[in-house]
Structures are given as C-alpha cells and as structure tokens.
Design a protein around this ligand. Structure first.
Ligand code: SF4
Ligand code: SF4
Length: 326
C-alpha cells in the first residue's frame, strides 16, 4: 500500500473525468446521494449514501434495443464511468450482481458492458453506521477486493492499493511527484462469521408454513422502497416504446413486493398476499441466490432498514426465520 493525499486523489479524479463520467457520494443539503459530480464536490468522508451506486452499472431504465420491421439494433452506448467511494458492502453487492448476470447459464451483455467500461474505486468504512450489519454477515467493513482500486481513509490521506490492471493504469495518471507502486497485498478479514446465513441445505418449502410471515411483515405497506434501494436487488421487466416509426425496448427495475410481479395472465397469483411476497424477498436473498451463486444477496448495508417508512427490519425477520430453520 502507498499513501496519497486526498487533494492528490481529487486531482486524479479530475484527470479521469476528462474522458469519463465521474460519479460519487455528494451532499445535496438533505442527504448523501450517489450522483454524477465533479472532483471538487465528491465527498471524501465516512458518510454512507442513502442509495448505493447500483444504478451506474444496472440502470433503473436502460435502452436495450431499437427495432423496426427489418432489423434490431442493440444499444452499445455505455459511457465509461468512474464510480468513486463505493463502500465494501456495495462492492460485495456488485460481486453478487456479477455472479447473477455473468456467471449463470447466460451472460448479460449489457451488464458486461458496464462492468468493462467502469472504473470502480472503493473506500473502506471507518465505523458502522446505524442500521449496518455487514459484520454480522461475515463481511469486512474495511476492505473488499471486488473493485479496481481500494482506498483506506486515514484522515488527510488515503492508503491506496490497486486490484486490477484498470486500477493500475488509472493510478499511473497520478502526477509524477505522487507516483505510487501499490499492488494489493490484503485480503478481506473474516469477522465473526455469518450469524444470519440460512444454510443452503434448508428446504425452503418447510419455511413457507412454519414461519409466521404475516406477523413478521404485518406493518409492511408494499411500497417497494426496500427493493429499489437495495444494492443486490435485480428484478426487472421490459417496456416497449414507439418512437420515430421504430420500437425501443427498455429494461426497467421491478420489485417482487408488487402484487403484479407474479400475476399470471389467467388471473391466478401464486404470491397473492404481501406476506407471501415478503417471504419471497427474504428467502431469495438469504437462500435462493446463495444456493445459485454461493453468495447471499444481502450485504448488511442497512439501507432498507433506514429507508422503510414503517421500520420493517429484514435482519430481524431473517433472524426469526433462522430460529425456526434451526
Ligand atoms: S420499504 Fe418497508 S413498507 Fe415498503 S415494501 Fe419494503 S418492507 Fe414494506
Ligand atoms: S436487504 Fe437491506 S441490508 Fe441487505 S443488502 Fe439489501 S438494502 Fe442492504
């Protein structure tokens, strides 16, 4: 690892922003949000943004194709983007998303384009924030290797290490006086282990009736905020829009919390109640994705807890399920 001053990091970001879009945590006066910004405005403190950087590699609305009677043209217009300041929980979420979109039977070319165009600069957390529980899931709040450059905040400076060729090339743009050789030497610490993790051996069907899902989710309003704000939620639908004699096909985020998500054309809905849908959310996160990819689809970022208008706490629900599953 090498140390560079935060002001030098700003200069590097300014240099990178000459040819790439820069996004990072910014204070809009009410909340810290992830947005397109400039090197002078990007936050370099330990606050966590209310949303994760997910929309910059899995946009909320993304044009996939334009098609006419004769041809379909894929949208390959993905702007190269520097994502600065991603927290370890968000980097672990990106690992989950990458496993879902790239390591299954089919690789998603649109997600792949974002991954190859983006330069991701992570920053370790200095302390847990209210609602965070990454450590209870066995994750290291200071470090993740699922990025190009990892920073450790030491006050006026960052300890810097690169974890990819892309990261190394970016650091080569530092001014001559600040040039650093800083290949990664670290691996993530394993804190106390995963205290929530549902074992992949559990038969999910046994949890359908043995857990009182209605009681656990009685206050849920079905607004879907928790799914939109979650860095690992990745459900989507397609929308076709007519434009200039052609049709444009968009991929848009969807949510398993909404009643129409599983509504069949016949009118039958296999997840008719809100409790059924929240059950799907919990078991998908802690069981199904884990069975499919080896990673739970929750990184304990705490965003859903902090944003739920009625205080539903997925950790409490998951722990209650775990008690029944033991
Ligand atoms: S944010 Fe809260 S109220 Fe809204 S769907 Fe999620 S758990 Fe339910
Ligand atoms: S389920 Fe909640 S705590 Fe877990 S990753 Fe998603 S937003 Fe974060």
């Amino acid at each position: 690892m090498a140390d560079i001053k935060k002001e030098t990091m700003r200069k590097l970001l300014a240099k990178l922003a000459e040819s790439m879009t820069l996004v990072g945590p910014s204070d809009n006066g009410k909340v810290v949000e992830y947005k397109k910004t400039d090197a002078d405005s990007v936050l370099m403190d330990d606050r966590i943004s209310y949303k994760s950087p997910k929309e910059f590699y899995f946009p909320q609305t993304e044009k996939l194709l334009t098609f006419s009677r004769d041809e379909a043209v894929e949208n390959t217009d993905v702007p190269p983007t520097v994502i600065f300041g991603a927290k370890p929980c968000d980097l672990e979420a990106l690992r989950v998303m990458n496993a879902v979109f790239m390591e299954g039977r089919y690789a998603d070319p649109f997600f792949d384009r974002h991954m190859s165009q983006n330069l991701i600069i992570g920053v370790g957390c200095l302390k847990k924030k209210p609602g965070c529980f990454c450590d209870e899931l066995g994750l290291d709040m200071e470090f993740s290797d699922f990025c190009d450059i990892m920073l450790t905040d030491t006050g006026d400076t960052y300890k810097v290490e690169h974890l990819s060729e892309k990261g190394e090339k970016a650091l080569a743009q530092l001014p001559e006086t600040a040039k650093v050789t800083c290949a990664n030497k670290r691996t993530a610490k394993k804190p106390d282990g995963d205290v929530i993790g549902l074992s992949a051996d559990i038969e999910d069907i046994t949890l359908f009736d043995s857990v009182n899902w209605s009681d656990l989710t009685a206050t849920c309003q079905g607004c879907g905020m928790c799914t939109y704000i979650c860095p690992t939620c990745h459900c989507f639908e397609f929308k076709d829009v007519s434009k200039d004699g052609c049709v444009e096909r968009y991929r848009c985020w969807d949510s398993c919390i909404y009643p129409k998500f599983t509504l069949h054309a016949s009118g039958h809905n296999p997840r008719a109640s809100r409790a059924d849908r929240y059950r799907q959310r919990v078991l998908h996160k802690y069981l199904y994705v884990k069975k499919n990819t080896g990673h739970a689809a929750c990184t304990g970022c705490g965003r859903c807890l902090r944003s739920c208008p009625v205080g539903v706490n997925i950790k409490t629900v998951a722990k209650a399920v775990m008690e029944v599953a033991k």
